[in-house]
Design a binder for this molecule. Structure first.
Ligand code: CP
Length: 353
């Protein structure tokens, strides 16, 4: 791969820490590419939460809807989703529509020139010539990062948003999760000092990894990793937390944790990453939120899930006021509207509306 304008080659870039890569994801100090959670700081998170709430308010009236639609009229986005998605794809599509952006999509590469041997890099570079924004979900960790790096070297770089990259990161899910936590704890001292449990396949769950990276921005949080030994949180992230002085505990006892935390973040088993069906042998039943846990769950503790779910949360729990996963879905759309508007520097217009 050729050199970037900023004088760093791909190999050198790859060795940088997440926080050191931030400069390559910004333009003139403003966010440009959205690739990994380590690029965000507390100031940005506070601003995105406040702005998302403002956007929600604006969207409640016809005048506000037209204002939002006028913000990015004439812009075009490509949704390149070559790994399955329901929520992320549709919420990005809706977010673009809310802002007046026209969307194109590639979801099935069997109809693209990749079938004739074109590399994925050339494919993305081709469609980036037709649009102003690329949103991509990919099965390979680091793919969105590589594309952002590649486009940085072109004469017409466009922003790249990582909408989920392999087992690695899902930064926009993490932003909507932060927004959900922010709203839930608005009247209870905010996210600072909260105890948050992550349950299930933590080894391969990119939503958990991205959210954990963001939570280092909050004072005094304590994290609980509740998982079978084989699916416990990766050593890289645990090392990161030690360096950042974020407290965490590992356990396999969900019942004990449920009664003492402020948020329980459930996840499904990520068996799409099995190479030889290895997770079929893991007993996941202890990592389901049982209906009887509602009795021991503190009154202000929330239940989260990035979805899709399988049996980790029975549907009978959906009506409990502490169940936040359907709100997460809706929050995702508003956070993505806010994020795209901020990338295109329309945040000031929204603030002044
Ligand atoms: N939470 C999430 O990423 O859902 P999808 O895979 O349906 O987009």
């Amino acid at each position: 791969m050729a050199k970037v304008k900023k004088g760093v080659d791909w190999e050198t870039f790859g060795k940088l820490r997440g926080s050191e890569k931030r400069a390559y994801f910004t333009r003139d100090g403003n966010i440009f590419h959205v690739i990994m959670s380590q690029q965000f700081d507390r100031k940005f998170l506070d601003e995105i939460c406040a702005l998302a709430t403002k956007v929600r308010g604006i969207s409640k009236g016809n005048k506000g809807v037209l204002f939002l639609q006028s913000l990015l009229q004439g812009k075009r986005a490509m949704l390149y989703f070559v790994q399955p998605s329901t929520r992320t794809f549709l919420s990005f599509m809706a977010a673009c529509q809310i802002l007046g952006i026209h969307c194109s999509e590639v979801r099935d590469t069997s109809t693209s020139s990749e079938m004739k041997g074109e590399s994925q890099e050339d494919t993305v570079r081709t469609f980036s010539s037709y649009v102003d924004l690329v949103v991509m979900r990919h099965y390979e960790a680091g793919f969105a990062e590589r594309i952002a790096f590649l486009l940085n070297q072109t004469s017409r770089p466009v922003p790249v948003i990582n909408a989920g990259s392999g087992k690695d990161q899902h930064p926009t899910q993490a932003l909507l999760d932060i927004y959900t936590l922010h709203r839930s704890f608005e009247n209870y001292g905010g996210i600072d000092g909260k105890r948050i449990a992550f349950v299930g396949d933590l080894k391969r769950g990119r939503t958990v990894r991205s959210l954990v990276y963001l939570l280092r921005n909050y004072e005094g949080v304590k994290l609980y990793f509740v998982a079978p030994q084989e699916l416990q949180m990766g050593d890289d992230l645990k090392q990161y937390l030690r360096e950042q002085k974020v407290r965490f505990e590992e356990t396999d006892n969900l019942e004990e944790v449920v009664s003492s935390v402020d948020a329980v973040y459930m996840t499904r088993i990520q068996d799409e990453y099995d190479e030889a069906g290895e997770s079929k042998h893991i007993d996941y039943s202890a990592y389901r939120f049982k209906k009887e846990y509602l009795k021991i769950l503190p009154p202000n503790t929330i239940i989260m899930h990035p979805l899709p779910r399988r049996e980790e949360i029975p549907v009978e729990i959906d009506d409990d006021k502490r169940a936040m996963y359907w709100r997460q879905v809706r929050n995702g759309m508003w956070v993505r509207v806010t994020l795209i508007a901020t990338i295109f520097r329309k945040d000031k217009d929204i603030k002044e509306y």
